[in-house]
Ligand binder design. Structure first.
Ligand SMILES: Cc1cc2nc3c(=O)[nH]c(=O)nc-3n(C[C@H](O)[C@H](O)[C@H](O)COP(=O)(O)OP(=O)(O)OC[C@H]3O[C@@H](n4cnc5c(N)ncnc54)[C@H](O)[C@@H]3O)c2cc1C
Length: 309
């Protein structure tokens, strides 16, 4: 394809490990960073439709396999980071905005998006994953999203069309969320700041900090909030089952189950994606043997294993 009319950056064979929270993974065949929505539309219109498109957020919920990602990876940047307060508690958010930053900015205008304060990553990733914590999920406050489809057409989807469920939405493959509107209650900004401070404290108490991880690796079988939002009952919580299956601290190579929060898989240094994935599979097996429950990955595993290249 001739990319001469494309304004954003296009690079071949880009190492993705440095972008990923786990610091693992192979290369993207092609990485496109559009400068704005029109640029993204033009690019997608022109590309060969047989090439798969994968959208990268901040990679805080991804194990990118060691063999990398085929086709096209798209990463939104500065042109997709706007945060605009509209009327009536509605806020329009660029998909590349950092969720934690959104929470702080919204609070300044008295809009309660505090649940995003301790969730790493971007609004694109949060919407795609129906991210949530402390009893609030994206689905509760999402109104609509602006997308560019795989063939470059701009499309708006409303909340019902997103079919949100536990850590899931129904964004079609290759579609890129460019912005989303959320609506929330108005509250006193000082109160919102206080609540966010408590959330940070709670995280620091319950989760390992300063380590390479993607947060909770497995969904709670009960569907209860998983990522460190240790709420009422711990029955059927993934971390408890992993703990009770004797996997806390278990290691494969440089991949380890956290000793502080047993639903966190950690890269202790030079782990490979293969080691992290193997560790996760070992957990699934151990929990199944102990409880007869099959844990499901919350982290998304994408790309090729090395021997599949
Ligand atoms: C320490 C830690 C704590 C965490 N705590 C929580 C928590 O409390 N609650 C929670 O829900 N999650 C939590 N997570 C997981 C993670 O932060 C969230 O899932 C986050 O929303 C992912 O955002 P991201 O930008 O990193 O997405 P990525 O990991 O890059 O991608 C995730 C998915 O979103 C898709 N995607 C990203 N951007 C777009 C876009 N613009 N258009 C279409 N699709 C897109 C990707 O294709 C992929 O399928 C935690 C992670 C860490 C590291």
């Amino acid at each position: 394809m001739n990319y001469s009319s494309v304004k954003g950056s296009i690079k071949k064979d880009v190492a993705l490990s440095r972008m990923s929270w786990l610091k693992v993974g192979g290369a993207a065949d092609l990485l496109f960073k559009p400068c704005d929505k029109i640029d993204l539309q033009n690019f997608l219109k022109k590309t060969d439709k047989s090439l798969p498109v994968f959208v990268l957020g901040a990679c805080s919920n991804l194990i990118i396999r060691d063999g990398g990602i085929d086709g096209i990876c798209i990463k939104l940047g500065r042109g997709f980071r706007s945060i605009k307060v509209l009327d009536d508690g509605v806020i329009s958010l660029g998909a590349a905005s950092q969720s934690s930053h959104v929470a702080v900015e919204a609070a300044r205008s008295g809009i309660d998006l505090t649940f995003l304060r301790t969730i790493p990553g971007t609004i694109g990733g949060a919407v795609s994953m129906n991210a949530g914590c402390y009893g609030t999920y994206v689905k509760d406050l999402f109104i609509s999203g602006e997308f560019v489809s795989r063939d470059g057409t701009p499309i708006t989807l409303n909340k019902n069309e997103m079919k949100f469920s536990y850590r899931k939405s129904s964004i079609p493959d290759g579609w890129v969320l460019t912005s989303a509107n959320f609506k929330s209650n108005k509250k006193n900004p000082e109160l919102l700041n206080l609540e966010m401070g408590q959330m940070i404290e709670n995280r620091n108490r319950t989760q390992p900090r300063g380590v390479l991880s993607c947060g909770s690796a497995f969904k709670n079988p009960s569907g209860a909030a998983s990522s460190g939002c240790l709420s009422e009952s711990n029955d059927h919580k993934a971390w408890k089952m992993i703990n009770d299956a004797g996997m806390r601290g278990f290691k494969i190579g440089s991949a380890q189950v956290s000793t502080k929060h047993s639903n966190f898989l950690i890269n202790t240094g030079d782990a490979t994606s293969a080691e992290l994935e193997e560790l996760g599979e070992k957990i699934i097996q151990s929990v199944f043997e102990r409880f007869g429950v099959k844990l499901e990955w919350e982290i998304k595993i994408v790309g090729n294993k090395l021997n599949q290249e």
